[in-house]
Design a protein around this ligand. Structure first.
Ligand code: GTR
Length: 326
């Protein structure tokens, strides 16, 4: 009898030890505003997949797409508090937390997509990713944002003067509000998910976004005039919660950072494909697409001069560095 009890005790102790030593499973959540089949969401899922593979399933990242965890501003706040682990957002709402990021989202900042990627993949991009730590985020990687164009339900816009007086929705960012004012239009900051109904009910006359957003949010159904002025390329960023990341081992932090970087090429590839598909779809749907002449495009650029002039010294310095990138 004594032997049996001893044996049982040994088994119990062994089991307790085994459970205690088994690596702890970690489940993390990522907030995404776009639907499941959107290129950016697939980029998030690639990141999640790589983290899972590289930790042998010890860390799971669950991607909550389609605003399930809230609109971007709220998601960013939750990440800052550590209540959500990651979010993929446009840089625009993040600038409310780290002012100097404005340098990366000024209208007509980049000559083209290639210039933007050289900046983001170089020392400026790295330094900007690090800068978000001051607001308790960990900057993980950049995703392709495409370029943004104006659209509205009222009339064809060819040059800046045609925007005069229109009520235009912007992202929740001071710089975007000013951009619209300098164009002579009326800015209305709204969360992304409210734009469709605001357009439909006439609360706003227009908005601005890239081809895939114009398409997938059905904005093209209610705002038929699209002008390809390309005023913005606002980098998209994947951020993690510093509070959460600091609790992980150095090795896990590295795995997460590397997985994010390694997810970028897929997002870029799918993005390029989606831009074409969306452009095609809205064109076929009968939207009035206008490609401004270089002179007409210049009217938008010229209207931005005061926005550049009023930037603080720190941002002026970064602007110069960005312009110098060849
Ligand atoms: C999209 C971007 C979203 C969101 C949206 C908006 O292009 O991918 O993250 O910022 O624009 O205008 O709110």
């Amino acid at each position: 009898m004594k032997k049996i009890i001893t044996l049982l005790l040994v088994i119990v102790i062994a089991l307790v030890l085994m459970i205690g030593c088994a690596p702890k499973k970690i489940v993390m959540r990522l907030a995404e505003t776009h639907p499941a089949d959107y290129p950016t969401t697939i980029g998030d899922m690639e990141f999640a997949k790589l983290v899972g593979e590289r930790t042998n399933g010890r860390i799971t990242v669950e991607v909550y797409h389609s605003k399930q965890l809230g609109e971007e501003k709220a998601a960013i706040e939750q990440v800052q508090l550590g209540a959500i682990d990651f979010t993929r957002v446009s840089l625009a709402p993040v600038t409310a937390f780290v002012k100097k990021l404005d340098a990366l989202q000024l209208p007509y900042m980049y000559r083209d997509a290639d210039h933007m990627w050289k900046v983001l993949n170089g020392p400026i991009g790295e330094e900007m990713l690090k800068s978000v730590e001051s607001a308790n985020f960990v900057g993980l990687c950049w995703f392709d944002p495409g370029s943004r164009n104006f659209y509205n339900s009222k009339r064809e816009v060819k040059s800046a003067a045609d925007l005069k007086g229109l009520k235009i929705r912007v992202q929740q960012s001071d710089l975007m509000i000013k951009m619209i004012k300098y164009l002579g239009a009326n800015p209305t900051p709204l969360p992304y998910g409210e734009v469709y109904s605001a357009l439909k009910t006439g609360v706003i006359d227009g908005a601005e976004n890239n081809w895939p957003s114009y398409d997938t949010q059905s904005h093209f159904e209610v705002a038929r005039y699209y002008v390809v002025d390309g005023h913005l390329r606002i980098p998209e960023i994947l951020i993690g919660s510093k509070i959460v990341m600091d609790k992980l081992s150095k090795k896990d932090q590295e795995i997460i950072k590397q997985a994010a970087k390694d997810a970028v090429p897929l997002q870029i590839k799918l993005w390029a494909e989606k831009e074409k598909v969306s452009e095609d779809k809205v064109t076929k749907a009968g939207c009035k697409i206008y490609y401004p002449t270089p002179e007409e495009k210049k009217t938008f650029m010229d209207a931005m001069a005061p926005l550049y002039a009023e930037q603080p010294a720190e941002i002026q310095e970064i602007i110069k560095q960005i312009q110098a990138v060849q």
